[in-house]
Structures are given as structure tokens and as C-alpha cells.
Design a protein around this ligand. Structure first.
Ligand code: SAH
Length: 213
């Protein structure tokens, strides 16, 4: 296999810094984390390439640049609590944990949940808490969250997530009617007011909820 240290360095330089992500905490996390351990072994050789990869169950680990961009937009600071919906491989959660966040992440597919839990145990990353559940309901027990990141796309923003966002707080969520084409929406809560801003096109797998979507 290609040298993972050099592959990571190249990934950060050519795919991430070159496209304008500059948050040192994001770059450091992505330089350090062994992304090849988050994908199926057969795809490990592609782990640092510029695209999403299958992780089983019809799901994908996001393109490295998307992980970087969302992590930067979220403006995470050490000690913040972050809720992620859609654990998948656990890579995005690991990036946020590396940035110093206390991460709560929810996944609805059993096999992916157990695989991610094992990865965090093997890596001794104890600041990530995982739950097997429908994430459109959030994780009320640990609310409010300073930051919320949804890494699957649905037609609307689940109300429980807005309720569980702290004030001040920031949330990123892909929103779109059609499959695998969404707009990335940044939701900011400040002084009791909730505002939304469009952050461009994204292509995530479906957010499967109890809303009859
Ligand atoms: N953040 C992941 C990639 C996410 S892929 C990573 O870094 O690898 C999207 C994930 O969202 C899939 O694993 C899918 O099963 C999960 N998902 C979809 N709808 C969900 C829901 N309602 N609750 C929890 N997880 C959900």
C-alpha cells in the first residue's frame, strides 16, 4: 500500500487546503487520523482519494473535502458538545473529537453502529458517544448541543434538532427533495432567533426518518 502518512499529507494539501479550508484544527485532525481504518479493507488503497467510498449497507464515507468544509463551517472549539446524525464509518465524528469536541453520534443501521463503536474502542477515542437510533429525533438526554451536524440529506430540517440546538448554536444539514442532491444549510440560533443560510450544493445519502420520507 502507498505510505499513509504521505497520502494524508497530500490529501490535505491538494484536496483541502487547495480548495480554501484553512482551520488549523481541521487540517491537523485530517493529517493525523488514519482514514484507511474507516473504510472496508478492499477500499483502503483509495482511502485518501478525492471522493466518497462505500462503507456497506448502501452507505458512504463522505469525500474528504466535504468533511473538512463542514468541520470548518461548524466552528468547533475544544470542550463544545456536538451532535452528529449519521455516524456511518465514524470518520466525521473522529475529526470533531480530534478538534476537542465531546461528540454524540447517532446511527440507525446496526452493522454500521457496531463497526464504528469497535473502531472508537480500538483507537481509544473515548470522547465519542454512540447511539443506535433514529437520529431525526436527536438525542434529548444530552441536549442542548453547541453544534449539530447531519451527514445525510432529507427534504426538511427535523424539528427536534432545532429544539436541541443550544443558543448560541450552529447546525449544518443537507436539505433537498431529490435523492443525493441537496443544499447544505447552515442554521444559526442566537438570542432566541433561528436563521438559515445556503452553503451550496452537496450530495449525501438519504436521511431516513419517521416522518414518512
Ligand atoms: N458521517 C459519516 C457518513 C455518513 S453516511 C462518515 O463520516 O462516515 C450517512 C449515514 O447516515 C448512514 O450511515 C446512514 O445509515 C445514516 N442515517 C440515515 N438516516 C439516519 C437517521 N434517521 N438516523 C441516524 N442515522 C441515519
Amino acid at each position: 500500500m502507498v505510505d499513509p502518512v504521505r497520502s494524508r499529507e497530500r490529501m490535505v494539501r491538494e484536496q483541502i487546503e487547495a480548495r480554501g479550508v484553512s482551520d488549523p484544527a481541521v487540517l491537523s485532525a485530517m493529517r493525523s487520523l488514519h482514514r484507511h481504518l474507516f473504510v472496508e479493507e478492499a477500499f483502503a488503497y483509495k482511502a485518501y482519494s478525492d471522493g466518497p467510498l462505500p462503507i456497506g449497507e448502501g452507505q458512504t464515507i463522505s469525500q474528504p473535502f466535504i468533511v473538512a468544509r463542514m468541520s470548518e463551517l461548524l466552528q468547533v472549539e475544544p470542550g463544545m458538545s456536538v451532535l452528529e446524525i449519521g455516524t456511518g464509518s465514524g470518520y466525521q465524528a473522529a475529526v470533531l473529537a480530534h478538534m476537542g469536541a465531546d461528540v454524540y453520534t447517532v446511527e440507525r443501521i446496526k452493522k454500521l453502529f457496531f463497526a464504528a463503536r469497535k473502531r472508537f474502542m480500538d483507537m481509544r477515542m473515548f470522547s465519542v458517544k454512540l447511539k443506535l437510533d433514529d437520529g431525526t429525533m436527536g438525542w434529548p438526554e444530552h441536549a442542548p448541543y453547541d453544534r449539530i451536524i447531519v451527514t445525510a440529506g432529507g427534504p426538511e430540517v427535523p424539528e427536534p434538532l432545532i429544539d436541541q440546538l443550544a443558543d448560541p448554536g450552529r447546525m449544518l444539514i443537507p436539505v433537498g427533495e431529490s435523492k443525493r442532491v441537496q443544499r447544505l444549510v447552515l442554521i444559526e440560533k442566537l438570542d432566541g432567533r433561528v436563521t438559515r443560510s445556503d452553503q451550496g450544493d452537496v450530495a449525501f445519502v438519504d436521511l431516513v426518518g419517521q416522518h414518512g420520507w
